[in-house]
Design a protein around this ligand. Structure first.
Ligand SMILES: C[S@@+](CC[C@H](N)C(=O)[O-])C[C@H]1O[C@@H](n2cnc3c(N)ncnc32)[C@H](O)[C@@H]1O
Length: 267
């Protein structure tokens, strides 16, 4: 508007010299609209599909693009950036968020990925994975507790058409009748003493060769008499002896005590 008022009486020859200035002013105005949202300055740095670092009130936060705008799952902050809504991803509530913040190099979830998630609980982390895989992806969520699974279905699965709940013990892989094809990646967070064996069994049955496993190890669920480092070493050697190559092990301190996440490829 300002540009039109200033230039409307100028001859055509002068207008062409002013055009680059007009483009610059337009870009500045658009940038300002994108970065300013209800008085809060928000900048975006895309990490991978649907995962970004955003700045909320001067603090850097990990966030996912909300697949169900307006809906939050566990009280997390929702932040508009232009027309796109993000859900802040709390590393104290989600071990996957903690792993990414602590340097997980290869996040195996992308728009369109298929994921088998063992131990979905009430859906804190699964809801963010659902954001990431988006409408062309699929997230199969296995949970043993029917009480917990009911909350998960009410608060997460019914609102997200890329989520398929499976109320089952992750040891009973033949009972997952809804999985109709091989999967791109497996996430396992079931806090059981035999969880590595369960994860391997699920990978062998459902994961594509070359697919990635993310395994959360809670050392105290395995053996309280051994040091966490000893437990991590033993669980990693179980994976290696079952033909998995270890990409990375991330310690989840300070977000979770005595927890690690192992990223491995199934050969
Ligand atoms: C630590 S919680 C998972 C938290 C969840 N991954 C998140 O980040 O939001 C572990 C979950 O695994 C479930 N679980 C334990 N043993 C299981 C099994 N054998 N099969 C399936 N789920 C199991 C528990 O009921 C519990 O809800």
């Amino acid at each position: 508007m300002l540009i039109i008022l200033l230039t409307k009486d100028l001859p055509k020859s002068k207008l062409s010299t002013l055009r680059p200035l007009a483009v610059l002013v337009k870009e500045l105005i658009i940038n300002d609209i994108i970065k300013t949202n209800g008085g809060t300055c928000v900048e975006k740095d895309v990490l991978t599909d649907n995962i970004s670092w955003i700045t909320v009130d001067g603090k850097e936060k990990l966030a996912t693009k909300n697949y169900v705008p307006g809906n939050n799952v566990y009280g997390e902050h929702l932040q508009l950036l232009g027309t796109v809504e993000f859900r802040v991803w709390d590393p104290f509530r989600s071990k996957l968020s903690a792993s990414i913040i602590n340097g997980l190099a290869n996040i195996p979830f992308h728009a369109g990925s298929s994921v088998l998630y063992l131990g979905s609980s009430t859906g804190t982390t699964p809801s963010h994975v659902s954001d990431i895989v988006d409408k062309s992806g699929l997230l199969f969520c296995v949970e043993i507790s029917s009480r917990v699974a009911r909350d998960f279905i009410d608060n997460v699965a019914t609102l997200r058409d890329n989520v398929i709940p499976i109320i089952e013990d992750a040891r009973n892989i033949h009972a997952y009748t809804s999985i109709f094809r091989k999967i791109d990646s497996v996430y396992c967070d079931i806090a059981q003493p035999d969880q590595t064996d369960i994860a391997i069994k699920n990978c062998r049955r459902f994961l594509n060769l070359g697919g990635q496993l993310l395994l959360v190890i809670k050392s105290r669920s395995i053996d309280v008499t051994k040091s966490p480092q000893q437990i991590y070493k033993e669980e990693i050697s179980k994976l290696e002896s079952n033909n998995f190559s270890i990409n990375q092990m991330i310690n989840l301190h300070p977000f979770d005590k005595d927890h690690a996440l192992v990223s491995a490829i199934m050969n």
